[in-house]
Design a protein around this ligand. Structure first.
Ligand SMILES: NC(=O)c1ccc[n+]([C@@H]2O[C@H](COP(=O)([O-])OP(=O)(O)OC[C@H]3O[C@@H](n4cnc5c(N)ncnc54)[C@H](OP(=O)(O)O)[C@@H]3O)[C@@H](O)[C@H]2O)c1
Length: 253
């Protein structure tokens, strides 16, 4: 099998690539930092075939061409993404538009173009879209990020339903982690106050569940409990709780 992993230069994507390599899956590694991808290729080269493809996913024309360039891929890991914190009236419009390009548009383009390819080639295939616990509610003081991840979750769920209804052998999984120890904090300008899970653990769980064809994967008991109990709390109260949590994250940075 062969997987294309976006955001493979660090964090969850890097550990997903490592775990897939341990399962003898060949890899196409995509991110902007070529050196980090080459380092990972060097680490994994003795186990599997690794292709490094430096790419800024904001370049949607280049992103559109990935499915036809790598038409022998059977696993798409749509992982690249980032966040930003602060009040919507103060945050950077440019950074937010970049976030929409990477978290939403590039994810959408890859999801669609690879699915088209999988259907055309009539092959069994897997897609893992990385959303977040943030996908389940609005996120005051991290509004764009939370909204972008809601898009990933809802698109994944709807498309997975359509594929299943048509009995196509293509399986979609949406990973929804809470805080994970990666470079995410630095890029988003926040500091988590909850205990972070290791990206290695999250990567293993996500891939194991993907191969078991699970639709939504929430790592850790606390994450699952939060989503379960959220249904008994009003949206107004949820907004208040999330806003307080963001204040803590931003305040201590
Ligand atoms: N860490 C958490 O707490 C957490 C929680 C829930 C969900 N997530 C999600 O998990 C995913 C992975 O994040 P992470 O936590 O592993 O953070 P990370 O360590 O910062 O990794 C983000 C990855 O995305 C890539 N990326 C960002 N912008 C890109 C662009 N324009 N073009 C190509 N690649 C780009 C980065 O590569 P380059 O910089 O080399 O381009 C990097 O490899 C994200 O979608 C994030 O939203 C993270």
């Amino acid at each position: 099998m062969k997987a294309l992993v976006t955001g493979a230069s660090s964090g969850i994507g890097k550990d997903i690539a490592r775990y897939l390599a341990s399962k003898n899956v060949d890899l196409v590694l995509v991110a902007r930092r070529e050196n980090a991808l080459l380092e990972l290729k060097q680490e994994l080269d003795s186990k599997v075939n690794v292709t490094v493809y430096p790419c800024d996913l904001k370049d949607l024309e280049k992103t559109k061409s990935l499915a036809s360039t790598f038409n022998d891929v059977d696993i798409l890991i749509n992982n690249a993404g980032f966040g930003d914190a602060g009040e919507f009236i103060n945050t950077s419009l440019e950074k937010e538009l970049d976030m929409v390009d990477v978290n939403i548009k590039a994810m959408h383009v890859l999801f669609k173009t690879f699915l088209e390819q999988f259907v055309k080639n009539n092959k069994t295939a897997y897609v893992l879209n990385v959303a977040s616990l943030a996908a389940f509610q609005a996120g005051p003081k991290m509004a764009t990020y939370y909204a972008s991840k809601a898009y990933v979750l809802h698109l994944s769920e709807a498309v997975a339903y359509e594929l299943k209804k048509r009995k196509l052998p293509i399986h979609v999984t949406c990973l929804c982690p809470g805080p994970v120890a990666t470079e995410f904090n630095k890029v988003a300008n926040v500091k988590f106050h909850l205990k972070e899970i290791s990206s290695k653990k999250v990567a293993k769980l996500a891939i194991d569940k993907m191969f078991k064809k699970k639709l939504i994967v929430i790592p850790g008991f606390k994450g699952k409990a939060a989503i379960f109990f959220e249904r008994f709390v009003s949206r107004k109260m949820t907004n208040r709780i999330i806003c307080k949590a963001q204040d803590k994250k931003i305040g201590s940075n």
